[in-house]
Design a binder for this molecule. Structure first.
Ligand SMILES: NC(=O)c1ccc[n+]([C@@H]2O[C@H](COP(=O)([O-])OP(=O)(O)OC[C@H]3O[C@@H](n4cnc5c(N)ncnc54)[C@H](OP(=O)(O)O)[C@@H]3O)[C@@H](O)[C@H]2O)c1
Length: 276
């Protein structure tokens, strides 16, 4: 039996085991996928243990997506550009890092026939997920970007880091979270890459701040209907759920590990079942 896992902290609410184990079952693969809590100060030792345990591959989530890069033997193009990893393949004892968040973010946009070319985009957040989002926005040739973050310096630093690998050919404006509502109605797409909406705290915009012509993309996938998604529905905007990205990044990871098409329908059912 081959073992796969996801490492992160916190990890107990991860839906990746349900999604991947459902894929293994339907395809009769003799594999299992488990979640492992790995704290920041345990990362190096955990990577050593994973190598020694003959792990077949693994996913990486908060807070390790950037810190894990130095333990990789090789990076694929997407992870080298984003400078963050969420999927590791093990080939001949070598760890190869990939970033499937980039693909996972873009796929639902493309599937819905949405074009971001020359569009004005509002992005909340400047953490690990925002890295992949910004690389995707560069690839999609957007018109301009407004970044709203709790700590504006983090947003500026992120853009500087990405500029070392990437030609960012559009204007970027930085605002504090509370000021974003001044701009949100003019934006074609509003993206949430903060955890706001997962629990009690929420983004400082309401349905009055969302245009019916906008697309609202919430990376938070639990709950499925976040306050932002509900506000977007009330504003008659188009929505993209966080689980759509989760599904696609997971399907891409599966395809890297197994070299065959992922059973998306089954993986989606497992995810939606995980929401109750
Ligand atoms: N759907 C998917 O497939 C998918 C994939 C990846 C991530 N995600 C979700 O995206 C979210 C962000 O993930 P990440 O990896 O980017 O996390 P991260 O690296 O920890 O970054 C978190 C970002 O959110 C901001 N933030 C955190 N707590 C906040 C608070 N209480 N109030 C205001 N801002 C706050 C941080 O602002 P500061 O810079 O000021 O600290 C930072 O910009 C998570 O909810 C994660 O589950 C979803």
């Amino acid at each position: 039996m081959r073992t796969y896992c996801i490492i992160g902290d916190p990890i107990e609410h991860s839906l990746s085991p349900a999604m991947h184990n459902a894929a293994f079952r339907i395809l009769n693969l003799d594999c299992v996928y488990i979640a492992m809590r790995v704290r920041s100060n345990e990362l190096e030792g955990s990577i050593r243990s994973l190598r020694a345990s003959n792990i077949a591959g693994f996913n990486v989530t908060i807070p390790h997506k950037v810190a894990i890069i130095k333990y990789m033997d090789r990076l694929d193009n997407s992870s080298a550009i984003v400078n963050a990893i969420n999927t590791v393949d093990v080939k001949d004892d070598k760890l190869i890092g990939y970033n499937t968040d980039l693909y996972g973010f873009v796929k639902p946009i493309k599937d819905k026939g949405i074009s971001l070319k020359d569009k004005y985009i509002l992005l909340f957040g400047a953490g690990g997920a925002a890295r992949a989002v910004i690389v995707a926005l560069v690839n999609e040739e957007i018109g301009s970007l407004i970044m709203a973050n709790r700590n504006i310096e983090h947003a500026k630093q992120l853009i500087e880091i990405l500029r070392s690998n990437l030609r960012i050919g559009f204007d970027v404006k930085f605002v504090e979270l509370d000021y974003a509502r001044r701009y949100s109605k003019e934006c074609y797409m509003i993206i949430n890459s903060t955890p706001l909406g997962m629990r009690y705290e929420r983004l400082p915009i309401t349905s009055d701040d969302i245009s019916s012509n906008s697309v609202v993309y919430d990376l938070v996938y639990r709950p499925m209907n976040t306050p932002l998604i509900e506000d977007a529905i009330n504003a008659s905007a188009q929505i993209i759920y966080g689980y759509e990205m989760l599904l696609e990044q997971g399907a891409k990871a599966f395809e890297i590990w197994f070299g065959r098409e992922a059973p998306r329908d089954i993986m989606k059912m497992a995810l939606l079942g995980g929401f109750g």
